[in-house]
Ligand binder design. Sequence first.
Ligand SMILES: [Zn+2]
Length: 255
Amino acid sequence: MYQNTASLSRVVQESVELSDAHCHLNLFENPEAALKESIAGGLRVILATGGSALDNAQVGELARRSEIVFGIVGISPDFAQSDAYAIDSLEEMVKKNDKIIGIGEIGLDFKVAKSEKDLFEQMAAFERQIEIAGALGLPVVIHSRGSLSEVIETLDKHKVKRAMFHFFEGDRFQAKEIEKRGWLISVPPVENKNRKEAIREINVKNIVVETDSPVVGKTPLDVKRSLEMISRIKGTGVAQLAKVTTENLREFFYI
Ligand SMILES: [Zn+2]
């Protein structure tokens, strides 16, 4: 681990590109300061992700203001009821801001749903947004909790071509299903057995790294911790993995 960190800081000085496939930049106490620190540390691409009407508006603004920040907007399962009204304005939002490059985080959260009605509304919001993403030709960024099989089934039903699984929660079999479809799993800086097996199972071309900061990671620079985990599993150097995961992200989102 020490070796990896040491070689990474050398590489960052040589300006290798780090990327954070999923964070909530607008939720930092001072997003501008967090961004500045991230750039100084080697971040070259940040996908700032929304989830509520308010978050989406803030994410759109942050993306406009910084070259390296791209916006993902959508109504997450947490806000599927309170903010369902805002789904109607997503399309216009995207059309007015060319830095918005995906719809998310959207999906199903079986821990948030307390009743059949909640589940029904989550599914309705999810499917409407899959359709909007399809009409706009944009990828979807997935939030799943306890619901990955149902999410994959729903994406298949709508023949979704591009999906990135934020904070991938699945096992190695589900990872393989995702790889088969040409989708991406996004690896947070949190280790567990399933996640390690999933990383071992699939091609590095189907992997990107994220922090989910400030909710999980402290800053976007914590992608280094995700990269170190992958490096230990794949036996590939952190610098090389930083390069590949950033390329994967750029190719997938056309940025
Ligand atoms: Zn998130």
